[in-house]
Design a protein around this ligand. Structure first.
Ligand SMILES: NC(=O)c1ccc[n+]([C@@H]2O[C@H](COP(=O)([O-])OP(=O)(O)OC[C@H]3O[C@@H](n4cnc5c(N)ncnc54)[C@H](O)[C@@H]3O)[C@@H](O)[C@H]2O)c1
Length: 252
């Protein structure tokens, strides 16, 4: 299997893409630490994988330095090393424009989507450099390139995570650490589920999705397939890249 014996940490693992990544990585031989601020959701993800001896659920808030460092320590304590980090936890800002964005909302969205990814990378890079090998995959977004996929804080956080991806790739590639970003378009997950309810239906989003070449929403599993490829040695020449996986949303 592609990831036999590798140790992976996936954040935002209690739902959507993070859950699908845990299942995909685990099915391909990795032991996985499933991290989510909702501990019960992380536990549920672990209960879905076949060999739960090779999976560990950890309740942690990625925006808290002590909890991030605690996860890295717990992963090494349980499995001995960290080979792969999927910085995937994220929250939306309800498309709030800047003049209506409170300090609290700004700090929450930047704190989870960007600072959390930074702190996790900071925690895992030293052991990865010491072992001469590691992979970091950041879940960015089409909001890393264009406006309108979120509000001010979300779009800024997703542009920021792309910059972080590039700098990490630049600084640590020569130490054997590859860093890349996945940039999803509209994916049906816990984050977007409300758009499928009668009250949440948004005609603009429906029209935008229908207008893409794919003409549909993406699935978390489609994102997880890309994460598996980027995690594998087959992607060994890929450093600092941003992979849009959006059904063609960004083409026009
Ligand atoms: N769904 C989309 O259309 C879409 C598109 C582009 C990018 N993204 C990004 O994909 C990533 C995954 O989102 P998803 O769509 O699977 O959403 P989701 O809501 O289904 O899953 C996100 C998970 O992150 C967890 N989480 C939230 N705050 C956390 C924190 N502080 N610490 C730890 N865990 C936390 C949530 O509990 C949840 O389980 C996010 O970074 C999101 O911004 C989503």
């Amino acid at each position: 299997m592609k990831l036999d014996g590798r140790i992976a940490v996936v954040t935002g693992a209690g739902s959507g893409m993070g859950r699908a990544m845990v299942q995909e990585l685990h099915a391909n031989g990795a032991s996985v630490v499933a991290v989510d601020v909702r501990g019960d959701a992380a536990e549920e993800t672990v209960s879905l994988v076949k060999d739960a001896d090779h999976a560990l659920a950890v309740a942690a808030d990625v925006s808290r330095r002590d909890e991030v460092e605690g996860v890295a320590a717990a992963a090494i304590d349980r499995f001995g090393r960290i080979d792969l980090l999927c910085n995937n936890a994220g929250v939306l800002d309800d498309y709030t424009p800047a003049h209506e964005t409170s300090d609290e909302l700004w700090n929450r969205v930047i704190g989870i989507n960007l600072t959390g990814a930074f702190m996790f990378a900071r925690a895992v890079v030293p052991p990865m450099m010491a072992q001469g090998k590691g992979v970091i995959i950041n879940t960015a977004s089409i909001s890393s390139f264009v406006a309108g996929g979120g509000g001010a804080a979300y779009t800024a956080s997703k542009h920021g995570i792309l910059g972080l991806t590039k700098q990490l790739a630049f600084d640590y590639g020569k130490h054997g650490v590859r860093v890349n970003a996945i940039c999803p378009g509209a994916i049906h997950t816990g984050m977007t589920n409300y758009l499928f309810t009668p009250e949440g239906r948004n005609p603009h989003v429906d029209a935008a999705v229908a207008g893409t070449p794919a003409g549909r929403w993406g699935t978390p599993e489609e994102i997880a397939h890309l994460a598996l490829y980027l995690a594998s040695d087959e992607a060994g020449f890929i450093h600092g890249a941003a992979f849009t996986i959006d059904g063609g949303w960004l083409l026009p």
